[in-house]
Write a protein of this length. Structure first.
Lengths: 180, 108
């Protein structure tokens, strides 16, 4: 079967999920993911629904293994794992595929995502601050300038995303005062 | 006598407890709930997994012992689980009674 590889980097897992489902709607199904490289296999359009989840533990952890077994029993295939991230798919013919159907579990998942990106943002801030220190003492040069610019761009992107997820958690918590 | 009280059960917990009046595995619970709710409630697999673990910890459901040759784990409701469903049904009946009496006054 014909496959194609796509190189892409997402930090917003919901955008990534939307893209995977758009591809699947055209019959380009994710069969492998590794380090920003997506392998898509040509198949039947609309056959699969994809979902991405951030687990509480890395994929090899016994708790995660138990969860992935449970998913397999429920007809959910694990396509790829990457640190704590999992890429799932289920046949669309078997009905709608959602990981979360209540507000509490949605809040728990977004909180995990927020905590992870919050930690990454903090680490990047520390490293950018030390970078800034070396720039002020040594000045920018041909090599350091682009690297520094990229680092700041990533920091801004992560910080913005962390904030967006935090707002999402807050709005879900407000909603919980009215609905389950 | 003041009736036994507990916090309201979530819709997920209530339907999972109903489903497990007969032994079922996770996927069976999803199908059962989808069916008796007329397709309104589609339990998310992750949500269901969390609910099953919490209910086992609480002792309201338990894994079915004995090897059926099927590696899928089945669960069934316990006496404690049945009691919680009973308390919840009393609460729901009260809501329904009061709701009908006040909000649907004269419509029946």
């Amino acid at each position: 079967m014909s496959t194609r590889t796509v190189h892409k980097l997402y930090w917003d897992f919901e955008k990534e999920e939307r893209w995977l489902n758009e591809m699947a709607a055209r019959g380009l199904n994710l069969v492998r993911y590794r380090w920003g490289t997506y392998t898509l296999e040509q198949g039947t359009p609309g056959e699969w629904t994809y979902r991405i989840e951030l687990l509480p533990e890395v994929a090899r952890h016994p708790d995660s293994v138990k969860y992935l077994d449970f998913m397999a029993d429920a007809g959910v295939e694990t396509i790829a794992t990457y640190l704590r991230w999992v890429y799932f798919r289920k046949r669309a013919a078997e009905g709608p595929f959602e990981l979360y159907s209540d507000t509490d579990s949605r809040i728990a998942h977004y909180t995990r995502v927020m905590t992870m990106y919050g930690a990454l943002t903090a680490a990047l801030t520390a490293s950018t601050a030390s970078g800034l220190h070396s720039v002020t003492s040594n000045g920018l040069n041909f090599f350091s300038a682009p690297l520094f610019a990229v680092q700041i761009a990533i920091l801004v992107a992560f910080a913005t995303y962390t904030l967006r997820v935090a707002l999402r958690v807050r709005s879900l918590k407000t909603q919980k005062q009215l609905f389950e | 006598m003041i009736p036994e009280t507990q916090g309201p059960l979530t819709e997920t917990v209530f339907y999972v407890l109903l489903a497990l009046h007969a032994p079922l595995h996770g996927y069976g619970v999803m199908q059962f709930v989808d069916e008796i709710s007329g397709g309104r409630v589609n339990l998310g697999a992750g949500t269901l997994y969390g609910a099953l673990n919490t209910l086992v910890e609480k002792g309201w459901i338990e894994p079915v012992e004995g090897d059926t040759g099927d590696r899928k784990k089945e669960y069934v409701i316990t006496d404690a689980g049945r009691r919680s469903v009973g308390v919840e049904l009393n609460r729901l009946e009260e809501l329904l009674r009061n709701g009908n009496r006040i909000a649907r006054k004269g419509q029946q």
